[in-house]
Design a protein around this ligand. Sequence first.
Ligand code: CP
Ligand code: NVA
Length: 308
Amino acid sequence: MNHFLDIHKTEAADLRSMIDQAGAMKRARLGRPKAAPDDEQPLKDRMVALIFEKPSTRTRVSFDVGVRQMGGQTMVLSGNDMQLGHGETIADTARVLSRYVDMIMIRTFDETVLTEMAEYANVPVINGLTDRSHPCQIMADVLTFEEHRGPIAGKKVVWTGDGNNVCSSFLHAAGQFGFDLTFTGPAQFDPEEEYMGFARQKGSKIVIERDAFKAVEGADLVVADTWVSMHDAQSAKERRHNLLRPYQVNAELMRHAKPDALFMHCLPAHREEEATSEVMDGPNSVIFDEAENRLHAQKAIMRWCLGA
Ligand code: CP
Ligand code: NVA
């Protein structure tokens, strides 16, 4: 049994196998109705708890559909409606859930909720986003990049705006999959030093460039995310927007990247803020492939977690 807590905590060879298996499973069910079962049913008789302490569309639906396609069943739980949200410890929650379900996916705020859940659960725990990382998203993004452009190793990824949880997982992936990452955004929102250090130590070139136009030169992939994440105070919105506005991904910025540079956004997006609709709906945008690939990537992650 394996926990899937973060990309930098998972062996690179395992990550590679998951991406390859995700692609193969996707191809194997091309054109089938969404609820049609996969030929293999590795989650047959398995029950999976999906816990959400923050809102979600993609994570919730893609995990639920993925489990069902592989023959398992799900239970979607809102943190607020559980005793977890009313004082029961994470450790006790983890021990109790382990008696009912075969795997737990949790989306939460503080990363320690996830790590404590993993420490006390005796079933696999999957990170469905914390304030600090979003590994399932970046597994889907690596799959998406490689479907369109081949191996991501050696490529240049440019992260624009806020060096947030999704950016952190991109840095982990840079180290594990061997690509370079340039961050362009205001100094207040630089990515975590620890994570830049991880990627550098693995041999990736990690650069901070305050000028967005310079940053995207030679980029194979340009990425944007919301300027105000779910864990950020809404009261900081105006200040954040003022600081982050120069980093909007628009057609002019994309013209400074390689002509075939892809554009990604994990969604949900605030159109005309972090990115314009012209870019989001343009020919180089793969935002909806990313969303679809959450399903395929997570199916491979769940199989790896259960050894199934
Ligand atoms: N990208 C992503 O995780 O979306 P949701 O918040 O809708 O799950
Ligand atoms: N950075 C965003 C990602 C949402 C999927 C957030 O944490 O709100």
